[in-house]
Design a protein around this ligand. Structure first.
Ligand code: PLP
Length: 407
């Protein structure tokens, strides 16, 4: 019950135990094409270039930034948590002239503040995290696409922590590039980074297409501004995943089986339904935490559905509480980074763990461990508040079923 990685869905684990298949086997190329289609549904996009990047979520970020940014390009990175710093770090390493804006952890940016920063810095790319796991907040993105389009700026987001558990609309929000990982709301292991790129982003990447010697064919240009990574060269990856099937790395078959199954599970459930499930169980956890008499960190209006930052009560040793939860109850909750280290725990309710039983058990265990640690908590208040919320949700669902039958 940490902020990810979390328990993988057993379906994903089973899929990952399947025998390996060579990357040009028609079954494998079929899986690749199918996986591209599945992730179009997950990202809510029509982008042709929707694919997997082999590696953890950070590999997706590196691939996007190294392929979209040319050395010297101006990039704007609004930072509201640890992973904004990661975007800045990677953009700097790929040679961008990076401009940052920061707000205090626990808050997010207004669209007006981002537009103002765009006017001031005139970037070619806006790179911003959607849900920053470190603070548990989600930056609203829905108005940023129009702002970027007005100013001729490419719009990239890292949706690793939020995708699958929070509303996400790549096309409707005007995103040009999105990358993610499997180990949060997608209910899989880390090791594969789903990503999608708009036609506008593809044009920028294609303008640097330089196929490596040895597989280059007549008509393939060799450009001086080629992408400065071979592994993360999206132009070559597009040719590998596309009809040309131009050789690149050896596909990480097992990771692909896992990523495909993660998307199949979500698409079968329905993206709106998956978000509603995360909202329900995340709200129950939040109600339970409040019911115990604990405080929650961060602007409540911008919380991600899938993770709650709980303030560690005064006098309580946060690491000792985490240790006891793990040792005696088999439940892992998260620590935190930077300015929040030692101040909050992060409790995740995501992917396969976004369930009533996990929420209620975690709240029951937390109450006992906190009581033993000498904290003053409301007896039964955690489970009781969460259970009440579930009962209300059941009643509302039954009432709307009745209304549907009557109409
Ligand atoms: C928002 C966000 N971005 C990027 C990452 C980096 O992911 P990975 O560790 O899979 O490379 C994480 C990891 O927790 C994350 O939460």
């Amino acid at each position: 019950m940490g902020p990810g990685p979390i328990n993988a869905d057993p379906r994903v684990l089973r899929a990952m135990s399947a025998q390996l298949v060579g990357q040009y086997d028609p079954a494998m190329t079929g899986y690749m094409t199918e996986t591209m289609g599945l992730y179009r549904d997950v990202f809510r996009t029509g982008n042709e270039q929707t694919l997997l990047i082999d590696g953890t979520a950070r590999a997706g970020i590196e691939a996007a930034l190294v392929s979209l940014i040319q050395p010297g390009d101006r990039v704007l990175v609004p930072i509201f948590g640890r992973f904004g710093h990661l975007l800045r770090e990677i953009a700097e390493r790929v040679g961008a002239e990076v401009h940052v804006r920061e707000v205090p952890w626990g808050t997010v940016f207004t669209p007006a503040a981002i537009e103002q920063a765009i006017i001031e810095t005139r970037p070619t790319l806006l790179a911003i995290v959607h849900g920053d796991t470190s603070t548990t907040l989600a930056q609203p993105l829905d108005e940023l696409g129009d702002i970027c389009a007005r100013h001729g700026v490419l719009f990239y987001t890292d949706a690793t922590a939020s995708l699958g558990g929070n509303t996400f609309e790549a096309d409707a929000w005007g995103l040009d590039a999105v990358t993610a990982g499997l180990q949060k709301c997608l209910a899989g292991p880390s090791g594969s980074a789903p990503a999608t790129f708009s036609a506008r982003a593809v044009d920028v990447i294609d303008s640097r297409r330089s196929i490596e010697a040895g597989i280059r064919e007549a008509g393939d240009a060799v450009l001086p501004n080629r992408i400065r990574s071979n592994y993360f060269d999206l132009a070559m990856l597009f040719d590998y995943w596309g009809p040309r099937r131009l050789n690149h790395h050896t596909e990480a078959t097992t990771a692909l089986y896992g990523a495909r199954e993660c998307a199949r599970i979500l698409v079968e459930e329905g993206m709106a339904e998956a978000v509603a499930r995360h909202r329900l169980h995340g709200s129950a956890m939040l109600a339970g935490v409040h019911g115990l008499g604990l405080s929650v960190f961060g602007d409540p209006a911008h919380r991600m559905n899938n993770v709650v930052a709980v303030e560690i009560p005064d006098g309580v040793n946060g690491d000792a509480v985490r240790g006891t939860l793990l040792e005696d109850f088999g439940i892992e909750i998260g620590t935190s980074f930077g300015p929040l280290h030692g101040k909050v725990w992060r409790i995740g309710v995501m992917g396969y763990n976004a369930r009533k039983d996990t929420v209620l058990t975690t709240l029951a265990a937390l109450e006992q461990v906190l009581r033993r640690a000498g904290a003053s908590v409301t007896g039964g208040g955690g489970v009781g508040a969460a259970w009440d919320l579930y009962a209300d949700a059941d009643r509302d669902a039954a009432a709307s079923d009745d209304a549907a039958v009557l109409s």
